[in-house]
Design a protein around this ligand. Structure first.
Ligand code: SF4
Length: 427
């Protein structure tokens, strides 16, 4: 079994030139985030104010999940609404009143804007204010936009969390806020590690239940768990909270650096941190090494999709021995990804934005062993004999922190194994 020791930190790709692309995008819109957000916030309801297309997108993204009481839905704007012939604003508010009368379990309601609601300039913030006044304090009504011709599918979560920040109560308490909607299993592990390191006042945004007391203020330090939370980062800073810059907790190295950065912020010495993390670190290294055997020496090409590309490239190159050819990402928020960029060795093309045809040409020329991309590109590339990984799986699967590090590497090695098996069967 090969162990891939990461090279010592350099300034890596911090100052690498960025290829800025402003052409056609191939992305899902931010409504997709509802699929994992509604699982996380167990007493929230997401009401998309959109068209039948939006309803279909949600249904197909949700797959075949059947709920006795679903926690998302679509208020369909009919042609008369779109033509301005009906008062969509009043109708929406009546619809919400009916929903809340029927569903007494709902404690937070998100009105989610879409392309059609924005085209007719439906004022969802005014609707949310009026509905909050009517149904509060039991139900908090907020709004955000999930629309997306120019957005990426992870921006829905960012917009949702950013919308929650202004409504958080103020606090002067010294506390850590962990920000990002992680699967419960990964979140619980992080909270356990942070607690054992000595951080005892921790809140999580988004909380699982509306009545969890999540406050924010000048003595709040926050650590992001996802690199696509640029809007939430700004909203928290506007409330006086301080960001703890760190590589994202993906893989053994990222998790260790993230935990150490948080501990430093709270004045906890590294020896105490290391005593807690030694055993899980060793387990993570072992698990990653197992999956990394089939990744070492292979090339990887990222199309811009989830905004997780830079931390993932750091993980795959430094812990799994892969070589990144191109790392494409929709946006580069330096305030968020600078620590990961520093660790990413110079070499790959770093591209921001997308011009899909040009990028497809670069990918076809490079013929990478593995291409990480959205669903829309995966099938055509597979039919050309390329091996692909759908980026969207990374937000549905627990991949953060030590105990998931091996699974994270496995998500990338599995498509290569599948391709090898297909070749064997065809031979
Ligand atoms: Fe609805 Fe716009 Fe998303 Fe299409 S891109 S599903 S119209 S919000």
């Amino acid at each position: 079994m090969t162990r891939h020791s990461p090279p010592p930190p350099t300034m890596g790709c911090s100052d690498a030139p960025v290829l800025k692309e402003r052409g056609q995008h191939e992305v899902f819109c931010g409504l997709t985030g509802i699929i994992w957000l509604h699982r996380k916030m167990q007493d929230a309801f997401f009401l998309v104010v959109g068209s039948r297309t939006c309803a279909h997108l949600l249904q197909s993204a949700a797959g075949v999940m059947i709920f006795a009481e679903p926690r998302f839905g679509t208020a369909i704007l009919e042609e008369s609404d779109l033509a301005g012939l009906a008062d969509a604003q009043d109708e929406l508010e009546r619809e919400v009143d009916r929903l809340l009368a029927r569903r007494t379990d709902i404690r937070q309601l998100f009105l989610v804007g879409s392309c059609p609601s924005e085209v007719i300039k439906l004022d969802l913030s005014r609707a949310a204010e009026r509905l909050s006044a009517r149904h509060g304090p039991k139900v908090r009504v907020l709004n955000y936009s999930g629309s997306g011709i120019e957005t990426t599918f992870t921006e829905g979560e960012d917009a949702c969390l950013a919308a929650m920040v202004p409504a958080l109560p103020a606090t002067d308490q010294r506390q850590l806020m962990m920000v990002g909607a992680l699967p419960d299993v990964a979140e619980d592990q992080a909270l356990d590690l942070l607690g054992r390191i000595g951080i005892d006042n921790i809140t999580v945004l988004p909380a699982r239940h509306a009545d969890a007391r999540v406050g924010v203020g000048p003595n709040t330090s926050f650590a992001l768990t996802q690199p696509f939370l640029g809007g939430t980062h700004s909203a928290l800073e506007r409330r006086g909270a301080r960001h703890i810059p760190a590589p994202f907790p993906l893989g053994e190295e990222g998790t260790t650096a993230w935990l150490r950065a948080v501990a430093r912020d709270f004045g906890i010495d590294q020896a105490r941190v290391d005593a807690v993390i030694d055993a899980p670190r060793a387990r993570a290294r072992k698990a990653v090494a197992k999956a990394a055997d089939s990744l070492a020496g292979k090339t990887v090409f990222f199309f811009p999709d989830s905004q997780m590309e830079i931390p993932l490239a750091r993980f795959l190159t430094r812990e799994c021995g892969m070589e990144a050819v191109e790392v494409g990402t929709p946006y580069i928020h330096k305030a968020l990804v600078a620590p990961d960029l520093e660790l990413l060795a110079e070499g790959p093309v770093i591209s921001e934005g997308q011009d899909v045809e040009k990028q497809l040409d670069r990918c076809r020329t490079a013929r990478p062993d593995l291409t990480v991309c959205g669903l829309g590109l995966a099938n055509p590339l597979e039919s050309e004999g390329m091996t692909t990984k759908w980026a969207i799986e990374l937000v549905f699967t627990p991949v953060h922190f030590y105990e998931q590090a091996g699974d994270l590497a496995g998500l990338f090695s599995r498509p290569l194994h599948r391709r090898d098996r297909l070749k064997l069967e065809a031979a």
